[in-house]
Ligand binder design. Structure first.
Ligand SMILES: Cc1ncc(COP(=O)(O)O)c(C=O)c1O
Length: 392
């Protein structure tokens, strides 16, 4: 184990505060390190491994695709990509899909789409409003959109044209939006910012303001999308109709893929406006098709709703029991335990006791397990969490 830790520190750039464990393989909702220690995975690669590990349907489809064709350029029609796009379009309010490789890239695509949408109406209609405490990724456009200076401070100047409103505060958005606004980019449930749900009435007003100013409403569903909250897209819980959504993480069930979906109104890209060499390649879109089919054609979404509310209810009981816990926030299988301190000690204790969880914001322990998790796994999670909290 320590051999890889030393080698990793020698050869891999120091961009993560890594935990001192070396992961070997996964099975169902469990991960095993290379010493054979088993962990219940309530993190899922940070909301990625939707179908858990070694999912038969996913691995078999991928193995077959490896034998057939790994990659081909978007200069040609790619059946797997077209089928994945068809699934996304036919099960959403959107009309077109663009594929890329990550959440940041999906947001870059959406920002470019919004600028072009605005410029077609008026040259100066290029301003984008996002929210404080949001997170949209690490590339320059996405980082400039992100409403957290801690991620930006070593990399200024940020790109021009962005301003940040207070989340869940419509007056703050009203003060910023004007005829030169081409888009509002928002998470309906802030993830990295600390698992903060949007208020339904607020989000309806955001939608109305976007309509009034002819600005695109872009919902970043990189973390919340693809079943995480019990619906295919989290915005469905808020009775709003975005013009654009961005996706990544769970869409490939572990294979890197990102996507942007838009309605015909926002479908302004033409050839050469935007591209990605690997975007929507046969391997990645084969994975997306399996994940989407599981969500659309089985009762998995119902299970996410049921197990998600069970997890939420059990976390509330934890809150009653431990004064360290001040609140429970979240939706479906995206839950946060809010602490009166940094989540670091709780996360470390849980890992020591055989459960992977991850922090969010300044004081939140985040639970974003595989979507295939059951109530029995939740019971196991709660019992480990209790033991961990009792020892702190
Ligand atoms: C809401 C949101 N948007 C964008 C991103 C960036 O995604 P990626 O790391 O795939 O670029 C993340 C990652 O955590 C996210 O949570």
């Amino acid at each position: 184990m320590s051999e890889y830790i030393t080698l990793g520190q020698t050869y891999v750039m120091n961009t993560y505060n890594r935990f001192p464990i070396v992961i070997d393989h996964g099975e169902g909702v469990y991960i095993y390190d290379n010493q054979g220690k088993k962990y219940l995975d309530m993190c899922a690669g940070i909301a990625v491994n939707a179908l858990g590990y070694s999912h038969k349907g996913l691995t078999e489809a991928l193995k077959a695709q490896v034998d057939q064709l790994l990659h081909i350029s978007n200069l040609y029609y790619i059946p797997q990509q077209i089928e994945a796009a068809k699934l996304l379009v036919e099960h959403s309010i959107f009309d077109k899909a663009f594929f890329c490789n990550s959440g940041a890239e999906a947001n870059e695509a959406a920002l470019k789409l919004a600028k072009k949408y605005g410029k077609r109406l008026r040259e100066t209609k290029t301003k984008v409003i996002t929210m404080n405490h949001s997170f949209h990724g690490r590339t320059y456009g996405a980082l400039s959109a992100t409403g957290q200076t801690k991620y930006q401070k070593n990399f200024t100047p940020m790109m021009p044209g962005f301003s940040h409103a207070e989340y869940n505060d419509i007056e703050s958005l009203k003060a910023l939006i004007d005829a030169d606004t081409c888009a509002v980019l928002i998470e309906v449930l802030q993830g990295e910012g600390g698992i903060v749900p949007g208020n339904k009435a607020y989000l309806k007003e955001v939608e109305a303001l976007c309509k009034a100013y002819d600005a695109l409403l872009i919902v970043d569903e990189v973390q919340t999308g693809i079943g995480r909250t019990g619906t295919l897209f989290a915005f469905e819980n808020f009775d709003i109709k975005p013009d654009v959504v961005t996706l990544a993480k769970a869409l490939g069930g572990g294979v890197p893929i990102g996507a942007m979906l838009c309605t015909s109104k926002a479908d302004v890209f033409e050839p050469a406006d935007h591209a990605a060499t690997f975007g929507g390649n046969p391997l990645a879109t084969t994975a997306a098709k399996v994940v989407l089919n599981e969500l659309i054609n089985t009762d998995l979404l119902e299970q996410v709703k049921e197990v998600g509310s069970y997890l939420e209810q059990e976390l509330y009981k934890i809150k009653q029991e431990f004064s360290l816990v001040t609140a429970v926030r979240g939706m479906g299988l995206m839950q946060g335990l809010v602490l009166n301190s940094s989540p670091k000690d709780v996360v470390n204790k849980c890992i020591e006791k055989g459960m992977l969880v991850v922090g969010a914001g300044e004081n939140v322990v985040r639970f974003v397990p595989p979507l295939v998790i059951t109530k029995e796994h939740v019971d196991e999670c709660i019992s480990i969490l209790k033991e961990a909290l009792a020892e702190l």
